[in-house]
Ligand binder design. Structure first.
Ligand SMILES: [Zn+2]
Length: 358
């Protein structure tokens, strides 16, 4: 079942349907779940339903044709406010909430949400990338959440409740989104013509962690070619990090001129390494391993040559998770990748976690 093209989140839709029916919609929501699974899509559809003129306020429905619906769909509705992290910033700047220095408290989301609805009804705000609220922005937002303006609805979108300040968390109704099932991701890849082959769609979906946008990003043959090379390098305890860094940085930079596609690629490559080390940990500790053929043979080779124990492999996985967190925070990619590979090479060469290397 899908509601307004929102797939895989029937329980969440149902929860909103019931809240509206009873006239008991909260004023602040925190949507949490992996990126790319439809949180923002659902937030926008919800906004459309709340603003639609053709449907009663107790109904979770929108007509798609009225002036309100048309403007929501076009992204121009004056009562729908949306902020997100600019691609060149590492956090949500405070200006988005309280205006520029010259126009403090005269613009920005915290100001605008207090205005009377232009087209009747309500005002709805969507705060995307809520994981990246900095302290200043969070404090400004908090003041608004403490006394939400009447008829306002605010929806924060983040990956986990733990990544939000407790003060924000406690003022929001938390709505958890599950990763999408593999079958659904595969269906969507085919129906959106990202790939034509169903088996290929399933393969990408398996690597997507239940995220459609990740699965779409993975539909890149270059990436899989690079993965083969990466796996064989990682399986070699004499990893030449200096030479290999150049190849890695060149591959990441070839994704495009902008920060976003480069970040996506860095994330993908580090993600492959995490997968590799996790499987290696399982293999070294005698746990059953199920993976694609390439990963199977790479971890088998690595386990043969590995100098340390499962703990050292776990340290590599952890080091890779740290690197991943830094990619999201928009650090200098080349330096980040260099330090990461360097640390992996040091752990692999000695077979002990870094803390044990003098
Ligand atoms: Zn409508």
């Amino acid at each position: 079942m899908s509601w307004q093209g929102v797939e895989g989140h029937d329980a969440v839709v149902e929860q909103f349907r019931r809240a509206l029916e009873r006239g008991r919609l909260a004023s602040t929501f925190l949507f949490v779940g992996p990126p790319g699974i439809g949180k923002r899509t659902l937030a926008l559809k919800l906004a459309q339903a709340l603003l639609c003129q053709q449907h009663d306020a107790t109904e979770l429905a929108s007509c798609g044709h009225c002036a309100n619906c048309v403007q929501v769909l076009a992204g121009t509705h004056p009562d729908l406010l949306e902020v997100r992290k600019p691609t060149d910033k590492s956090s949500l700047p405070v200006e988005l909430f309280i205006g520029s220095r010259e126009r403090r408290m005269q613009e920005g989301l915290c100001h605008d949400i207090r205005l009377k609805p232009f087209m009747g009804g309500r005002r709805v705000a969507i705060i995307d990338d809520a994981d990246f609220l900095n302290e200043e922005s969070a404090n400004c937002l908090l003041k608004t959440l403490e006394e939400p303006p009447p008829r306002s609805v605010m929806i924060l979108l983040g990956t986990s409740a733990d990544r939000q300040l407790p003060t924000i968390r406690s003022r929001a109704q938390i709505i958890r989104f599950d990763p999408l099932p593999v079958e659904l991701v595969a269906d969507l890849l085919v129906s959106r013509q990202v790939v034509t082959d169903r088996a290929e769609a399933v393969r990408l979906a398996r690597h997507s962690e239940g995220s459609l946008s990740r699965a779409e990003e993975l539909a890149d043959p270059e990436l899989w070619k690079f993965r083969s090379e990466l796996l064989s390098r990682l399986a070699d305890p004499a990893l030449d990090s200096g030479r290999w860094t150049k190849a890695l940085v060149a591959f990441v930079e070839a994704a495009g001129k902008d920060a976003t596609p480069r970040r996506v690629r860095a994330r993908q490559v580090i993600g492959f390494a995490i997968e590799f080390y996790r499987h290696l940990v399982r293999r070294l500790s005698g746990a059953p391993v199920s993976a694609d053929e390439e990963l199977q043979s790479a971890t088998a080779a690595a386990a043969q040559a590995w100098k340390g124990d499962a703990e050292a492999a776990a340290a590599c996985a952890q080091r890779s998770l740290d690197a991943l967190a830094h990619v999201e925070r928009n650090a200098n990619q080349a330096t980040l990748l260099e330090c990461w590979l360097d640390d992996l090479a040091r752990i692999a060469a000695r077979g002990v976690p870094l803390a044990g290397i003098g």
